[in-house]
Design a protein around this ligand. Structure first.
Ligand SMILES: Nc1ncnc2c1ncn2[C@@H]1O[C@H](COP(=O)(O)OP(=O)(O)OP(=O)(O)O)[C@@H](O)[C@H]1O
Ligand SMILES: [Mg+2]
Length: 276
């Protein structure tokens, strides 16, 4: 989502018009034209990750959901909301959109401070506790990222990770969109677990495409994409959740090494993480 989309997606629709109970993806066809034999129905409060090799079609699946495809995209997929074909105005009208997307590349070109930008969004949403919400969004965004930023810097000066964390906090705390699509959170240095907890607490349906094993296992389920099609849907097992804890420990250790190198230190002592 670039700044223009970010501004356009600002909406003033009352919350209840946006409530949905389910989102269904009906399979279309893969890149070779063979039928896609899998489909999935998602409920609010659920996180589903999308995994698969580069170029397999993860972003395409998110794009199909974003535009609520009706067998009219290259995949031939169909999206249902509450089991029904969504009304055309929900697909095409900007102020009726139920999907918020945080895309792989996000850049701002408007010259506003962080506070001005979020305040503008809050004003458009006509919320009652505007100042409190704006401060909370900026505070929460800073909780998601290592390199803190103040509310008086220009949004054009934010790093990729800072931009992403601000948009996640904004989407969770201010956006009424019940469906959130995130295309790759991992390279941005955002605290992944905190970001997911924040979104899930708001009872949103969250879909995340990812190459990151930690993120892939943080979801309730993961969709495996092969050759442009959903090839299987895997529920995260108990053992995988246990393994995830160890993987998070290793990740934490890697972060320590990263910070040491960043600070100009050497890594001269022998590394032994097995005891963790
Ligand atoms: N079922 C399909 N039929 C036709 N084209 C498809 C299908 N699925 C994906 N594509 C096309 O394949 C290309 C690569 O897909 P996409 O960008 O979604 O990959 P990706 O998995 O997100 O890759 P990356 O991990 O590098 O971000 C795109 O041009 C996309 O439109
Ligand atoms: Mg992609």
């Amino acid at each position: 989502m670039n700044h223009i989309e970010a501004i356009i997606q600002i909406n003033i629709i009352p919350e209840k018009q946006h409530q949905i109970n389910s989102l269904t993806v009906i399979g279309g066809k893969d890149k070779s034209g063979n039928p896609e034999n899998a489909g999935i129905t998602l409920k609010p409060g659920e996180i589903v990750c999308i995994v698969g090799p580069t170029g397999s079609g993860k972003s395409r699946l998110l794009a199909d959901i974003e535009c609520m495809a009706q067998k009219d995209t290259p995949t031939g997929r169909q999206i249902l909301i509450n089991g029904l074909v969504p009304e055309a105005k929900k697909r095409f009208s900007m102020d009726q959109k139920i999907v918020a997307q945080l895309s792989q590349n996000m850049n701002f070109v408007v010259d506003l401070t962080v506070k001005e930008f979020i305040t503008m969004h809050a004003e458009c949403r006509m919320i009652s506790k505007k100042d409190e919400t704006v401060n909370n969004i900026i505070y929460t965004a800073n909780e998601l990222i290592g390199e803190k930023f103040s509310d008086d810097i220009s949004i054009t000066q934010l790093s990729g990770g800072q931009t992403r964390s601000l948009m996640i906090a904004d989407t969770a705390l201010l956006s009424s969109s019940p469906v959130v699509l995130i295309d790759e959170i991992e390279n941005a240095g955002v605290n992944r677990r905190k970001a997911l907890e924040l979104l899930v607490n708001k009872e949103k349906i969250v879909l995340i495409s990812t190459h990151d094993p930690l993120l892939a296992l943080m979801g309730d389920r993961r969709i495996v994409i092969k050759n442009g099609a959903m090839s299987s849907i895997i529920e995260t097992s108990q053992q995988e959740r246990k393994n995830l804890m160890y993987m998070e420990y290793l990740d934490c250790k890697m972060m320590e090494l990263r910070d040491m190198l960043r600070n100009g230190e050497r890594i001269d002592t022998e590394i032994n993480w097995c005891s963790g």
